[in-house]
Design a protein around this ligand. Structure first.
Ligand code: ZN
Length: 129
């Protein structure tokens, strides 16, 4: 199974919870591993806590400390911090899949991490047998 979901982000930087969209797209499908992939260079994908929104706020602030937006980077487009944060978070996730759903932990959610929005992002879902 292969599917593309489109994710609209609304801010320069945000953690967009896409768990429900992913669950809906793969519900009842067959496979052992779900690959979630985004073909962009200034956003990322992470799995982390979706219960307390302050966790994602702290992660965004932590990434900002690692790659501050106003550092004098070389890349002339002016969004090097977003490229660095995208590299740190990664563009792909592999999740064990069973009984028609990804085996996420009780507190886990899937987030598209926007670092240079707002934009429309694509997320590819591939179920591997
Ligand atoms: Zn750039």
């Amino acid at each position: 199974m292969f599917n593309i979901i489109k994710v609209k982000t609304t801010s320069k930087v945000e953690a967009k919870d896409i768990t429900d969209e992913v669950l809906k797209a793969v519900r009842g499908k067959d496979g052992r591993i779900l690959n979630v992939y985004t073909p962009h260079t200034t956003c990322g994908l992470v799995i982390n806590e979706d219960a307390d929104p302050n966790v994602m706020r702290d992660i965004i602030e932590g990434l900002e400390r690692l790659a501050p937006r106003n550092h004098p980077y070389r890349h002339m487009e002016g969004n090097s911090d977003a490229h660095i944060k995208s590299t740190l978070t990664g563009c792909s996730l592999m999740i064990p899949f069973s009984e028609g759903k990804p085996m996420l932990g009780q507190w886990q959610g899937i987030f598209l991490m926007e670092f240079d929005g707002p934009r429309e992002r694509k997320v590819f879902l591939t179920l591997i047998q």
